[in-house]
Design a binder for this molecule. Structure first.
Ligand code: MG
Length: 365
């Protein structure tokens, strides 16, 4: 065996308080007071460290998946073994084809990309074929305001004042979208994410009404999100571009979406879909087929950095999703400050910078 091997895999579950200037929104049936994520540190036998990130809303399950299942299969394996995460996924497929196990593997995969970039002395974007742009625009992804026009107006004014040029709402009513359009003015692109608000026969009327406010896309309008034929029907009936993909289980789901002609903007998530490896494959295949990839990225660690490298290297320019709130701890924010509504693509080897261990330790779950 040649090359460095994986000597340790450590998981750090973080619970980060946030302020979105309103009472806590609901998430998964309870009030959300923290944004949770799992950072993964991979240490090699020659002492190099790489960082990854796994979707952490169910952080206790993800850390268990890492500690009990993923780490034992990763230890001793070669860092430059690009097929390792997929082999682990196959080995663990009985534990679930998505969810905490695959989220954990996503974090490992991202950390291995960080290590490969560091070892080669190049930013990850170079490993993806090279950057096509040095900076990417960022859109303000508002949290939920439940149609409260004053709060929507406050958040939109604040975002536009800070230089953001695009807004995404997490709202479900026509009135909320109208209020947002009134606040933003006629020219700011507005996207609407409904988080699977409607059954298929309920969606057409509200989506057509929202289209009167000139929305760029409607995101996850249909429950369940994998009902691609219903989404295709909605897209055809309303003419409104659709966005979907953050809840997809694997890369094959995106092929099925394309076959169903149900989507304009695909949204694979680095920290849910298996890591940067499948994210890049999905992105490339989708854009080669004429779609636009706008990765899901309402998170703040190495997965966020990985997403920036994808946006820098991919064929079509598109904006980075930034959850719009103040964070008590922004693990990687200092490497990619938002200035004038853009982030500069990191130039340091790897993803662009390691989370500050002393800082994140204060927010451990
Ligand atoms: Mg979404």
């Amino acid at each position: 065996m040649t090359g460095p091997t994986i000597a340790a895999v450590d998981a750090f579950a973080l619970r980060i308080p946030f302020d979105h200037w309103a009472p806590p929104p609901q998430f998964a049936g309870r009030a959300r007071t923290t944004l949770d994520t799992v950072l993964i540190r991979v240490t090699t036998d020659d002492g190099l460290v790489g960082w990854g990130e796994a979707y952490g809303s169910f952080w206790s399950a993800v850390t268990a998946a890492i500690d009990e299942w993923v780490a034992p299969l990763a230890l001793g394996q070669r860092v430059d073994d690009a097929g390792l995460p997929e082999r682990i996924e196959r080995t663990l497929h009985n534990l679930g084809r998505t969810g905490p196990t695959v989220h954990a593997i996503s974090g490992l995969d991202i950390a291995l990309w960080d290590l490969r970039g560091k070892r080669a002395g190049v930013p990850v974007a170079e490993l993806l074929g090279g950057r096509r742009r040095d900076r990417v625009p960022v859109y303000a992804s508002l949290l939920q305001y439940y149609g409260e026009a004053d709060r929507l107006r406050f958040a939109i004014d604040r975002a536009l004042g800070a230089g953001f040029s695009q807004i995404k709402l997490h709202e479900r009513t026509v009135a909320a979208v109208e209020a947002a359009r009134a606040a933003a003015g006629p020219d700011v692109p507005i996207m609407v994410d409904t988080n699977c608000a409607w059954r298929p026969d309920e969606a057409a009327a509200p989506v057509a009404a929202m289209a009167q406010s000139n929305i760029l896309w409607i995101e996850e309008p249909i429950w369940p999100p994998e009902n691609f034929s219903a989404l295709a029907d909605l897209r055809h009936a309303t003419g409104v571009p659709t966005a979907i993909g953050e809840n997809a289980g694997n890369a094959l789901d995106f092929e099925k979406m394309r076959a169903a002609a149900c989507v304009d903007f695909v949204q694979p998530s680095a920290i849910k879909i298996g890591g940067l490896t499948p994210l890049w494959r999905i992105c490339t295949e989708a854009e080669d087929a004429g779609l636009t990839c706008v990765p899901h990225s309402p998170f703040f660690g190495p997965g966020y950095l990985a997403t920036i490298h994808v946006l820098a290297a991919k064929k079509r320019p598109s904006a980075l999703e930034r959850f719009y709130c103040d964070l008590a701890c922004d693990p990687c924010g200092r490497f990619v400050p938002i200035e004038g509504g853009h982030v500069a693509v990191p130039t340091a080897p790897g993803l662009g910078g390691d989370p500050d261990l002393e800082l994140i330790t204060r927010f451990l779950a």
